[in-house]
Design a protein around this ligand. Structure first.
Ligand SMILES: NC(=O)c1ccc[n+]([C@@H]2O[C@H](COP(=O)([O-])OP(=O)(O)OC[C@H]3O[C@@H](n4cnc5c(N)ncnc54)[C@H](O)[C@@H]3O)[C@@H](O)[C@H]2O)c1
Ligand SMILES: [Zn+2]
Length: 366
C-alpha cells in the first residue's frame, strides 16, 4: 500500500493507494482515529461489485453502518438528492463524530462530501473513489458540490476528507469507455508536471489499457502525488498554482457545454482540449510541433478522441460557450499552455481569431 499525504485547512490527510483496500476499510478508518457509525453513500452500479467487501470489513471491526443509495448518473448531484441524504443522516441520528463514507465515482464523492460539509456544519468524511477519475482527481483536494439547473458545480464547499481510499482493484469493474476517458486526466499530469509519467504512458500504453495492476498502482500513486502537491500549496485556487490542473479544460468545458454534456465524456473532452491547447501553444511559438505531435499520438494510442470530427460542432458555438463560461467565472479567458513536457504556463488575452483557428483545425465546423 502506498500513502500520499495532503496538507489542508482541516489538517493533513492520507490517501491510501493499493489493491484490495476496500476490504480493509474498517481497519483504515479505525487506524485513522475515526469512531462512531458510518453512512455509506453509493450508487447501484458500484455497490453491485464493491459494497460487500466494505460491509464485511466494517463488521469485522464492529463498525455500525447504514447504506444510502443515490440515484444513478450525474443527475444524482442534485438539490433533491443532497437533501434526501441530509434527511437520512438526521433520521439515523448521525452526530459530529460519525462519518460519511463515499463509495463511488466523482458524482458520489462530490455530493457525499458536500453533505458531510453541511450536516451539523461538518462531520467526518471518507472518500473511497472507485473510478480512475475519482482516484487521480476528484477525491483529492476537497472540492465538493452539486449541480443546479442553471449549471454544473454551482453550489459547493471546500471540505477536505479525513482520508482517501483508492482501491486499484475496484477499477477492474469499470466500463471500458469510462476507464479510457479518465486516462486523459492522468496523461495531463505528465504534461503539466512529470515528464517521466508521460514517458511511462508512451512505453506501457498497452499494459495500462489492459489494466495491469502494478502499473495502475504506480500510475494512481504518481497522479495522486502531483495533485496532492498542487492542492497542498493552493487549496482554494488563490495563488493560481491549482490553475495548472485545468490544462485542456478551457476548451474541454466549452465542448461539453456546446454538446450539452451528451456526446462526450469529460475525459474525452479533455483529450481533445489538450490537443487544442498544444496546438495553440505551437501557434504562439511556445511549444515545438514535435512535442504537440507526441501528445496527440499518445492520446490516439489510448483510443481517446483527438478531434471534433463527427461531433457536428460549430466553431462559433464553442466560442460562445467559452465566453459564457468566462463571464460566469467573472475572470479572463485563461489558457494553460505547454512549453515542454512537464512544464506549462498560463496565458490570458489570446486573440480570438487564433482560438477560432485552433477549433477549426480540430474539426469544428464553420
Ligand atoms: N471534486 C473535484 O475536484 C472533481 C474533479 C473532477 C471531476 N469531478 C466531478 O466528478 C464527476 C465525474 O466522476 P466520474 O468520472 O468518476 O463519474 P461517475 O461518478 O458518474 O461514475 C461513472 C459511472 O461508473 C459507475 N461506477 C463507479 N465506480 C465503478 C466501478 N468501480 N465499477 C463499475 N461501475 C462504477 C458509476 O455508478 C457511474 O455510473 C463529475 O460530476 C465531475 O464534476 C469533481
Ligand atoms: Zn477534468
Amino acid at each position: 500500500m502506498n500513502t500520499v499525504w495532503v496538507r489542508s485547512s482541516r489538517g493533513r490527510y492520507p490517501i491510501f493507494v493499493g489493491h484490495g483496500l476496500l476490504a480493509k476499510s474498517g481497519v483504515l478508518l479505525t487506524a485513522s482515529g475515526l469512531k462512531g457509525k458510518v453512512m455509506i453513500v453509493t450508487q447501484k452500479p458500484v455497490a453491485r461489485f464493491h459494497l460487500a467487501a466494505v460491509l464485511k470489513s466494517f463488521r469485522r471491526k464492529g463498525i455500525r453502518s447504514q447504506i444510502h443509495f443515490l440515484s444513478e448518473g450525474e443527475k444524482a448531484k442534485s438539490e433533491k438528492e443532497l437533501f434526501r441524504l441530509l434527511h437520512a443522516l438526521v433520521k439515523y441520528s448521525f452526530e459530529r463524530h460519525d462519518t460519511v463514507f463515499a463509495l463511488g465515482g466523482g458524482v458520489v464523492g462530490d455530493l457525499a462530501g458536500f453533505a458531510a460539509a453541511a450536516y451539523l456544519r461538518g462531520i467526518s468524511f471518507v472518500n473511497a473513489g472507485t473510478t480512475l477519475l475519482a482516484q487521480v482527481d476528484s477525491s483529492i483536494g476537497g472540492k465538493t458540490g452539486i449541480n443546479l439547473r442553471e449549471g454544473k458545480n454551482l453550489v459547493g464547499a471546500f471540505y477536505p476528507p479525513n482520508l482517501v481510499i483508492s482501491d486499484i482493484g475496484s477499477l477492474s469493474t469499470l466500463p471500458d469507455r469510462e476507464f479510457r476517458a479518465s486516462l486523459a486526466e492522468a496523461v495531463k499530469y505528465g504534461i503539466i508536471r512529470v515528464p517521466q509519467l508521460f514517458d511511462m504512458f508512451e512505453k506501457k500504453s498497452g499494459s495500462i489499457l489492459a489494466r495491469n495492476r502494478k502499473l495502475l498502482t504506480l500510475l494512481v500513486t504518481a497522479c495522486a502525488r502531483i495533485k496532492a502537491r498542487v492542492v497542498s500549496r493552493d487549496e482554494r485556487e488563490i495563488k493560481g498554482e491549482r490553475m495548472i490542473l485545468n490544462y485542456g479544460h478551457t476548451f474541454a468545458h466549452a465542448f461539453e457545454q456546446a454538446l450539452r454534456y451528451k456526446t462526450l465524456l469529460h475525459g474525452e473532452a479533455v483529450a481533445i482540449g489538450m490537443v487544442c491547447a498544444a496546438e495553440l501553444a505551437v501557434l504562439l511559438g511556445l511549444l515545438s510541433p514535435l512535442e504537440a505531435q507526441r501528445q496527440r499520438q499518445l492520446l490516439e494510442r489510448l483510443h481517446l478522441p483527438v478531434s471534433l470530427r463527427g461531433f457536428h460542432l460549430r466553431v462559433r458555438d464553442v466560442l460562445f460557450a467559452m465566453m459564457r463560461d468566462k463571464k460566469k467565472r467573472g475572470g479572463a479567458l485563461r489558457f494553460v499552455l505547454p512549453v515542454r513536457m512537464g512544464r506549462v504556463v498560463i496565458r490570458e488575452a489570446i486573440p480570438i481569431p487564433l482560438i477560432r483557428r485552433v477549433i477549426f483545425s480540430a474539426g469544428g465546423r464553420s
